[in-house]
Design a protein around this ligand. Structure first.
Ligand code: OXD
Ligand code: MN
Length: 592
């Protein structure tokens, strides 16, 4: 096990507080994973899928109230409200701890307490962040085995006095003596807390078993806590995919892209190009840590080991590599079950069978007026199973980034692609990013456009104005020629009949190809107040029927409204960096 005194003392303290029935130190082995799965199948928490159709795979159904991240119940408990900023729910750390201690008291009664040593980033990377998650959810343990490197090897790395981030998690559903468990235990919404203590570097999560609320290495550690650490230490923790793009000349370029949750990061990271001669390989689909390398360039590393992807809409047509990745050894949550024991979801590319069991465990037929899979249904799978994973994806130092894409779901206003004129304008474009809210978060406003700077609104562990300033300061880390170029993309423009104007998916290579040509000095740009647009024939549209005029328009009237909305957004962020306000004023003068 371990001789790490601080860790042992913390485990003892939590054991006393939470009063579990027993304690299990996870070794991270496949045997342990299989044992837990067997237990969960037996208890009714999991369904083993048909091994002939979907080997080594399982289906879980969550409680209907516990289906996504809960941003309203997510807290940044920094010393002051000012440090958390207008972008976060703040709570006084002492008060929040007192509330949570009350909830944690006896919360693991009748349950096993699992101790998960895990590391974000490859084990041997100098940038590795070690966390220890204590949880009473075996579902969390099996998911963490895909999403992180976990188990005894991490304890070995930690040694007797290594640093770790304590991550405490409970589903918040103690069992009385003899009380039978339910398939998905969790606490009511008002008792859910996803709490972060950034100064102390600690995470306390209570009441939810779902995704980013419960798998604490992902959003809580690798983004919220890491973003605070990154600002202090001079690096970046971002909500970005990482891909490697090889062009027809054999030149490989690394690109990161920040899109909000459920806006196609996994699809872009695994894209199958429709243009001949191009190849895309995946390095990550959700999180990138960026650091200056010795040569002055920015290097990106994916701290995760797996994909926690949105299932609905994923098909052999839209994302064949994701479909191949999840052919076996996958955990599915909240998808529908076929009579043959396989999975189904809306947009899987096969018509719905005559009968299914829906994500809530009810009979479902195509006449039903509700979706069979929850819109935020997920698959959890090891990244190594992706047929196009780049061989360098676990390089402990990361890969040099040449371009950063920013984007969101915008039905109008924002053109298909733009390149910023310089770093400051790129950060400005990042600061004004907007996107329609998706089912990845529990919200009454799904579909409405919200401002989501760098797709990090729910994940910045400190004040948004300091975050944007930190991005601006990156320009001082190195020389301009070494900085990645910044592009803004929008795959989601719709016409007057609400139909998508751009085919997306594999055809997004056409936009990537233009961006790469820009980097290589092989494509001209048309200067506009917002940056460079491609020339009308700049993007290869061979074989497509698309209206490039419309896709590459900056409509003055729409932008006048947009500027008003950006002003409102800026006004909500006190201490907005001056350079960004100046960018907005410049834009207003040029477009107004
Ligand atoms: C995710 C999210 O799960 O962003 O990656 O919600
Ligand atoms: Mn995400």
């Amino acid at each position: 096990m371990t001789n790490h005194k601080k860790l042992l003392a913390w485990v003892e303290e939590i054991k006393e507080l939470c009063q579990p029935k027993d304690v299990h130190w996870c070794d991270g082995s496949k045997a342990e994973y299989d044992r837990l799965m067997d237990q969960m199948v037996q208890s009714g928490a999991a369904i083993r899928l048909n091994p002939d159709l979907r080997p080594d795979s399982y289906l879980f159904r969550s409680h209907p109230s516990d289906v996504a991240r809960v941003e309203d119940r997510t807290f940044i408990a920094s010393r002051t409200k000012e440090e958390a900023g207008p972008n976060n729910n703040w709570a006084d750390p002492d008060e929040l701890k007192a509330t949570l201690r009350g909830l944690y008291k006896g919360c693991m009664q009748g349950r096993t307490m699992y101790i998960i040593p895990f590391v974000m980033s490859p084990l041997e990377s100098p940038f590795a962040l070690i966390g220890i998650e204590i949880t009473d959810s075996p579902y969390v343990v099996v998911n963490m085995r895909h999403m992180t490197r976990m188990g005894t090897k991490v304890l070995d790395k930690l040694g007797t006095d290594g640093e770790f981030v304590p991550c405490l998690h409970s589903v918040g559903a103690p069992l009385k003596d003899g009380e039978a468990d339910v398939a998905w235990p969790c606490a009511p919404m008002e008792d859910k807390y996803i709490a972060h203590f950034p100064e102390e570097r600690a995470i306390w999560s209570y009441g939810s078993g779902y995704g980013g609320n419960a798998l604490l290495g992902k959003k809580c550690l690798a983004l919220r806590i890491a973003s605070v650490k990154a600002r202090e230490e001079g690096w970046l923790a971002e909500h970005m995919l990482i891909l490697g793009l090889t062009d027809p000349d054999g030149v490989k370029t690394y690109v990161t892209a920040a899109f909000p949750s459920a806006c196609g990061k996994t699809n872009l990271a695994m894209l199958v190009p429709t243009l001949p001669g191009y190849e895309v390989e995946t390095l990550g689909d959700d999180i990138a840590w960026l650091r200056k390398g010795e040569d002055g360039r920015l290097y990106a590393i994916n701290p995760e080991a797996g994909f926690f992807g949105v299932a609905p809409g994923t098909s052999y047509e839209s994302n064949p590599n994701a479909m191949r990745t999840i052919e076996h050894s996958t955990i599915f949550t909240n998808v529908a079950l076929t009579d043959e024991g396989d999975v189904w979801w809306e947009g899987i590319g096969k018509p719905a069978p005559a009968h299914l069991i829906d994500w809530q465990g009810n009979d479902w037929t195509p006449d039903s007026d509700k979706p069979a899979a929850h819109p935020n249904a997920r698959f959890t799978v090891s990244a190594a199973q992706n047929p196009v994973i780049a061989k360098e994806w676990e390089d402990p130092m990361g890969v040099p980034v040449s371009a950063i894409l920013l984007g969101g779901r915008r039905p109008s206003t924002v053109p298909l692609v733009l390149e910023s004129k310089d770093w400051t304008q790129g950060i400005f474009l990042g600061s004004i990013m907007g996107s329609e809210i998706t089912a990845a978060t529990i919200s009454k406003n799904i579909g409405q456009v919200r401002r989501d700077p760098f797709a990090m609104l729910p994940f910045i562990g400190y004040n948004m104005s300091d975050y944007l300033q930190h991005w601006l300061d990156v320009a001082d880390w190195t020389t301009e020629d070494k900085l990645p170029r910044i592009f803004h993309v929008n795959w989601f423009l719709r016409d007057e009949n609400k139909r998508f104007m751009w085919p997306g998916f594999g055809d997004n290579i056409r936009v990537l190809a233009w961006a790469i040509k820009r980097l290589q000095g092989k494509a001209e740009g048309v200067e506009t107040p917002l940056g460079y647009l491609p020339k009308k024939d700049g993007i290869d549209t061979t074989g497509l029927e698309v209206d490039m005029d419309k896709l590459l328009t900056i409509d003055r009237e729409l932008w006048q409204q947009e500027i008003k909305a950006i002003r409102e957004h800026y006004n909500k962020i006190p201490r907005m960096p001056k350079e960004l306000v100046t960018e907005l004023e410049k834009l207003e003068a040029e477009l107004g």
